[in-house]
Design a protein around this ligand. Sequence first.
Ligand SMILES: Nc1ncnc2c1ncn2[C@@H]1O[C@H](COP(=O)(O)OP(=O)(O)OP(=O)(O)O)[C@@H](O)[C@H]1O
Ligand SMILES: [Mg+2]
Length: 335
Amino acid sequence: MIQTDKIKSIVENIPVPGIFRRIGQMNLLKSIEVTDQSVEIVLSSTGLEEESQLWIQNSIQDDIASLAGGLKVKISFVETAPRELNVFGKIIAVMSGKGGVGKSLVSGLTAIALRRAGFSVGILDADITGPSIPKMFGVKDRPSFNANAMLPVVTHTGIEIMSLNLLLPTEEEAVIWRGPMIGKVITQFWEEVLWGKLDYLIIDLPPGTADAPLTILQQVPVSGIIIVSTPQDLTTMIVKKAVHMAATMQKPILGVVENMSYLYVPEIDKKIELFGKSRVDEMARAAGAPVIAVLPIDPALAALCDKGEIEKYDNEIISQIGHKIYELAGVLKQT
Ligand SMILES: Nc1ncnc2c1ncn2[C@@H]1O[C@H](COP(=O)(O)OP(=O)(O)OP(=O)(O)O)[C@@H](O)[C@H]1O
Ligand SMILES: [Mg+2]
C-alpha cells in the first residue's frame, strides 16, 4: 500500500499556478486517507481561483498515477477561514516612538536577514497611512484572491508582503481614513489574508505610540518587539514611551536597533556621528533589552530602497541581524 507520507509530500509540493507558492506553504492540505485501492484527499480552496483548483486536482491525479497506477484518487475542496490556516512561528513588531527613524528599513532588513538564514518570512505593513514596504522591495503586483481570502505578494527572494499600497489604485494614493477604518484594514490583513505557514511574520508598525500601533498590538498576538531609534536628543524619552507601551500590552522587547548611528567616509577612513554620539547603550538600558544592531547611514542602502532593490543589499550587518534575532527570538513564546 502506498504510504500516506509519500502522498503528503506529493501534494504539499504541488505549485499553485501564478502565485509562486506550493500547497504545503499555504497549508492547504486538510486530510489524506489511503486504502489498498483508493486515496482520498481533502484540500482547502482558500484563496484559490477555480482554474487553479482544477489544475491542482489534475496535477495531483497525474503525480499519484505515475507513482501508483490504478489507484482511485478522489480530491475534494472545502472552504476554510484563512486565519485557521495561518501558522506563525514568531511574530515580531518593529516599533519606534517617532516617525522617520527607519522602522520600515529595519523591518525590511530583518525580513531579509531571516530569509537569507533559510526561514520563511512575511511582512505585514501595518503603516496604513504611510505604507512604504512594497516600494522598498519593488513589488507592484496586486494580491490575488478569491471570495474568502487574499494572498500576500511574494518578493524576488520569496518574502510574503501584504500592504495597503498593493490594493490602492495607484502607489501615490493618499489614505485619509480615520482610526476605526485603519483598525478594520489591520483586522482584514490578519484574518482574511492567507499567509500560510511562516517561521516569522514581521510587522512594520506606524510611527508613534498612539492609536494605530496600539490597535495592532491589541489585535495581533505579537511575540516580541524591536525598538528602533536614532542617536538624537529625545531618544531616551521616546524609547521610554515605546517601552511603556510594550509593558502595558505585556509584550516583551526583543532588542533595540540604533539607526543612522554614523556615516562612514572611506576617503578619510572615519566614522562621523552626524546626529551626535551613539546612545545605543542608554537606549538598551531604558528598554531593558539587548542591542540587535547599530546601523550606519548608508547611501548605497538608501539608493537600493529607492530603486526597490533592498534585497540586493550586501553587507555583513544583515547576517549579524539574522543571527541576533534568531538567538533572541528563541526564548519568545510561539504564537
Ligand atoms: N541607515 C540608513 N541609511 C540610509 N538611508 C536610510 C537609513 N535608514 C533610513 N533611511 C532612509 O530614510 C528614510 C526613512 O526611513 P524609513 O521609511 O525606514 O523610516 P520609518 O521610521 O519607517 O518612517 P515612518 O515613520 O514614516 O514610517 C527612507 O527613505 C530610508 O531609505
Ligand atoms: Mg515606515
